[in-house]
Design a binder for this molecule. Sequence first.
Ligand code: K7E
Ligand code: CUA
Length: 653
Amino acid sequence: MSLLSLVPRSLGRVGLAAALVVSSGCAKSATPVGGSGDAAARVYVAPGQYDEFYMFASGGYSGQVSVYGLPSGRLLRVIPVFSQDAEKAYGYSEQSKPMFNTSYGFVPWDDSHHPSLSKTDGLNDGRWLFINGNNTPRVARIDLAEMNTKEIIEIPNAAGNHASPFVTQGTEYVVTATRFSVPTPQKDVPISTYKENFTGQIGFVAVDPNSGKMSLAFQIHMPGYDYDLARPGKGPSHGWAFFTTYNTEQANTLKERNASQNDKDFVTAVNWKQAEQCVAQGKAKTWPTRYAHNWVDEADVAHSEMLTGQKVLEPADCPGMVYFLPTPKSPHGVDVDPTGEYIVGGGKLATVIPVHSFSKMQKAIAENAFEAAIGGIPVLKYEAVNYCEVANPGLGPLHDEFDDKGNVYTSVFISSEIVKWNLKDCKVVDRIPVYYSIGHLMVPGGDTRKPDGKYVIALNKITKDRYLPTGPELAQSAQLIDISGDKMKMLLDFPTIGEPHYAQAILASAIKDKQMKTFSLAGNKDPFVTRTEKDARVERKGNVVHIYMTAVRSHFMPDNIEGIEVGDSVYWHVTNLEQDWDVPHGFAVTGANNSELLVMPGQTRTIAWVPDRPGVFPFYCTDFCSALHQEMQGYIRISPRGTGVQISFNTPK
Ligand code: K7E
Ligand code: CUA
């Protein structure tokens, strides 16, 4: 089926043109749109001034999170999460390598889609940012005062942790689910036995309210469908979480056709408070799948442990825990409005946007308004739960965000537009083309109880002719759109790093003043810390050499080292003695085949190095730290194996 054959006449001329531009691969733009009259003034943040919002965008297949200021679109930082980053030695330094441990071994890459800010009472509280690893199923937690990744937990019994991590109203849980059904637990079976052997999984990872530390609370063993996206409830629907479900056809090949047969798939509604009760009543079974849990301790050193024995519930053993809400057609996003009453499905192949009602769902459950049951899961009647269907939504609705006035903004992929409609009468009230092929969209606070209805940001997949061309690979983009008035107004385009599936934003005032400026040197608990230049030293233990080195403007101590032999395992433990904001030192040595080090004030980082040839090699500071940065350098002498040159190094005068 060609989706373009479904282009509705009601689609605006520009939207249709954009859809055709994208799908035809033509490089000519529709009429350039953007920049309403006062756009420049609306996004201009004068030199030295701060932005109003922090925006955290997922990096998609870059595996990272990038931090932008809004409304300027200025890139402030890239936070490494699931991918090694040689710039910061993340995943290369001895202190951070354990973050990549998984049951599959060392996995220094992932595909990250959904940043999710921690919440208190349904509002962003500025403590943590969670994000999913989609490929090797994981969830990471970033500390927002430090803007560093502090924890990564693997999700067992999952294959593609896509509907994740979406936090509950009080950050009780982050949710997880398997996008791909697989034999669960894994086993060797013919792929053609999908219907008999493949099953799904939805899981809840508990978050410690004080430390933020994550632990797998329980999982639910589900029918063999694909579980795509999720949103927890809020207000009256707090205690529930909603997941979109497609491939109810249970196809295992050519899914683009075979999984698009049914008119309706499901929104899966999970009553996690009921699940908690069933776990407390001992109704969960213990499964032995292994999974890794990695975290950074108080000494700023990462650890990894392998866990097993997760609690798994079968829906049939826990009545009242899971329901299916029929939803047209292969839904992608599912989003819950600020009041917690409306559950909006993104039926990417549907001709309407279905909106379910939480109170109708409760009533339907009470009245047993079921049309069937699948594996102990009641299927509610569509009419009994549906609140309305939004007509003329555009082509390929994916995701929804909300403002503070009862409006919904739906991203529409194929017709490349944002459609604005209201929850009161489910009527489309405005639409604006975006360039091109929007995935998610984001209103700051748009998933909270109190959205900040000033901007919507379009997160686009394709930029074609929007920027100066850069060879075959083009940047993806965000577009900032004013939603403060009746009509949406395009304000700004800016390129993004990787693929920004989703983003979240928080008022800068909520976290700006909490930002950490230095690590405390006095409080440095790294086992290889060197607190003063007097303590700097070189120690040999067999073929292993530990260099305890300090860095301060503008020298290393020691900076002349002899007595190292070819093939030694040399560990450079560099402590930055500065206690001044924004004075990192770098460290690099010739032939380092992993990365440099970038050491924050008060911090210790370690890099391993195995010299492979005799000679005298320089090392130097990579971060321009002072007028005499270029003098911040030293030499290490490497002797042939077995020459027995004594260890020596210079000490402070
Ligand atoms: Cu729509 Cu992974 Cu949330 Cu991309 S997903 S767009
Ligand atoms: Cu230290 Cu440059």
